[in-house]
Write a protein that binds this ligand. Structure first.
Ligand code: HEC
Length: 105
């Protein structure tokens, strides 16, 4: 491996670490702020989730919904779902949607 390829692979490794850290932060945020209603597994099978009729993230409708729809629900709120547009940056909200996509599987 020459110096250039070494530098390139180090840079790629660093990007990988940053992305992993971002995903972890979204997961932590989800557990701290969203799981009480949506459940750690996204089923909404919690006392608050059931009382407010939080939909299971595995529901076909939610799986089919575009990222923009989910971003909109988180940013602006939806019925009993609180609006988080003032609490998180658009990037953090995108990260939360990416995290929801991982638990939908
Ligand atoms: C107080 C309970 C509560 C909390 C906390 C909460 N949600 Fe929700 N959320 C709901 C309810 C209830 C709905 C269903 C709204 C509807 O369709 O009537 C919902 C809907 C959603 C939807 C749209 C999917 C759908 O069912 O249409 C997304 C995405 C979502 N929540 C993400 C989040 C994220 C991310 C967080 C944390 C930042 C969060 N929620 C925190 C109650 C909550």
């Amino acid at each position: 491996m020459n110096r250039k390829t070494l530098a390139l692979s180090l840079a790629l490794a660093a990007i990988g670490l940053v992305q992993a850290a971002a995903a972890e932060t979204a997961g932590d945020t989800y557990k701290a702020k969203c799981a009480m209603c949506h459940g750690a597994d996204g089923t909404g099978n919690t006392p608050a989730g059931k009382a407010m009729k939080a939909r299971d993230f595995h529901d076909a409708d939610v799986v089919k919904a575009s990222d923009a729809d989910l971003i909109g629900a988180i940013t602006k709120g939806k019925n009993k779902m609180p609006a988080y547009g003032a609490k998180f940056t658009p990037d953090e909200i995108k990260g939360l949607v990416a995290y929801i996509r991982t638990i939908q599987k």
